[in-house]
Design a protein around this ligand. Structure first.
Ligand SMILES: *Cc1c(COP(=O)(O)O)cnc(C)c1O
Length: 405
């Protein structure tokens, strides 16, 4: 195709598998929390590529890391290790409970590694019977067949033939429902320390601590899926740090590369040793280019001022959202933590989250939804106050259009 043939949204329907339904707008560049489309229309970005662009678009530290590494070495495969991967792993180990790191390329792959490790750990230590994995309804863990089966939304896992077995689902924030399922045959309990895709649902303190205790009583591993909550999103480097509960395995992806695909599973030496040579792997996992960018992102976010900034920006977000709601009375609840914010629609507006998203887009604001009833915000962790205020003014216009029909 020559350059004189413009690339349009229609081309998507012509040449792409129809599993997505992208916006009519095609963005072409971004800077900080602003994005421009093909027609040079400007947007404020409260979506952050679904909690990925933790430092906005084209952050200088990430551009520097990418271009410097891009002149040096892109890829080796895991027949050799590389400096960026080792440096990043060392920083992750120093900053968390973990002793060991496994690199993958996405959240789903990181969870796939966590689940396979839990199964192997249980097999080696207790035998074949200990194979049950318990996850939570409305949870989301990725789209590989194992992770989507573990995820708590049958609509995503049905229709692909026989599923991986011994996977059970309890209710989030309901310890009795977990108690009814957990036993000595449970090898792992998998949870998000705040359900993202499921509607921005925070766990209660009692629930998180209870899950940890039930895992301990049943010799089951606790896996925290921090693919969405990790790398500063909730105002601490990882969400577990604020919850007073330490998992045995943690997965992180989305924001880890600040927009460059990378994921990781981290754990203790004692658990990690069960992924012996040859048991698991990935061609790209730990790729030098990805790790160099992720190292820059990790260094930038793992900073007291940046993390404190997340909390301050979150308060401003909550205040402005409340003002909008006081005027328009559209949300039943504004919830979430840090810069992962959900606004749940009142009964009379149920099902209209997508309409609000489209109305916001028309005003020049990118937002997210979590299901049909929750508007979700996951902006850059370093979004300037001015962009928050301007974006919220646009959001109010969009909300007014929905309320006034
Ligand atoms: C997005 C997400 C995943 C899946 O990550 P991919 O990179 O799309 O594979 C897994 N778990 C949680 C909690 C997520 O939010």
């Amino acid at each position: 195709m020559s350059d004189s043939n413009p690339v349009t949204r229609d081309l998507f329907d012509e040449v792409m598998v129809p599993n997505y339904s992208p916006s009519k707008v095609i963005p072409v560049r971004g800077k900080g929390s602003r994005i421009w489309d093909q027609q040079d229309n400007e947007y404020i970005d409260f979506a952050g590529g679904i909690a990925v662009n933790c430092l906005g678009h084209c952050h200088p530290a990430l551009v520097k890391a990418l271009t410097e590494q891009g002149q040096k070495l892109w890829h080796l495969s895991n027949t050799m290790t590389n400096e960026p991967a080792l440096r990043l792993a060392k920083k992750m180990v120093d900053a968390t409970f973990a002793d060991k790191v496994y690199f993958a390329n996405s959240g789903g792959e990181s969870n796939e590694a966590a689940l396979k490790l839990a199964r192997r750990w249980a097999l080696d230590n207790y035998g074949e019977e200990k194979s049950h994995i318990i996850a939570f309804k409305q949870g989301f863990h990725g789209r590989t067949f194992f992770t989507v089966t573990v995820g708590g939304q049958p609509a995503y896992s049905d229709g692909f033939g026989p599923k991986p077995g011994d996977v059970f689902h309890a209710e989030y924030n309901n310890l009795d429902s977990l108690k009814a399922l957990i036993s000595n045959e449970t090898c792992a309990v998998v949870m998000e320390p705040l359900q993202g895709e499921g509607g921005i649902i925070e766990p209660t303190d009692e629930f998180v601590k209870g899950v940890r205790q039930l895992c301990d009583e049943n010799n089951a591993l606790l896996i925290f899926d921090e693919v969405q909550t990790g790398v500063g999103r909730l105002g601490s480097l990882y969400a577990y740090m604020d919850l007073g509960v330490t998992p045995d395995i943690l997965t992180t992806a989305k924001a880890l590369g600040g927009g460059f695909p990378i994921g990781a599973m981290i754990t203790t030496t004692d658990i990690a040793k069960h992924l012996k040579i040859g048991t698991h792997g990935s061609t790209y996992g730990g790729n030098p280019l990805a790790c160099a960018v992720a190292e820059a992102a990790f260094d930038t976010v793992n900073d007291e001022a940046v993390l404190a900034g997340v909390k301050a920006k979150a308060e401003l977000f909550a205040m402005l959202l409340k003002d909008i709601n006081d005027k328009h009375n559209i949300f039943e609840e504004i919830r979430g933590k840090g810069l992962l914010i959900g606004a749940a629609l009142k009964e009379e507006y149920k099902g209209k989250a997508k309409e609000i998203l489209l109305a916001a887009m028309n005003e020049g604001l990118m937002i997210l939804i979590a299901g049909m009833n929750v508007v979700r915000f996951a902006p850059s962790l370093v979004i300037p106050e001015e962009d928050i205020r301007s974006g919220m003014a646009l959001f109010e216009k969009a909300v007014a259009k929905i309320v006034n029909g």
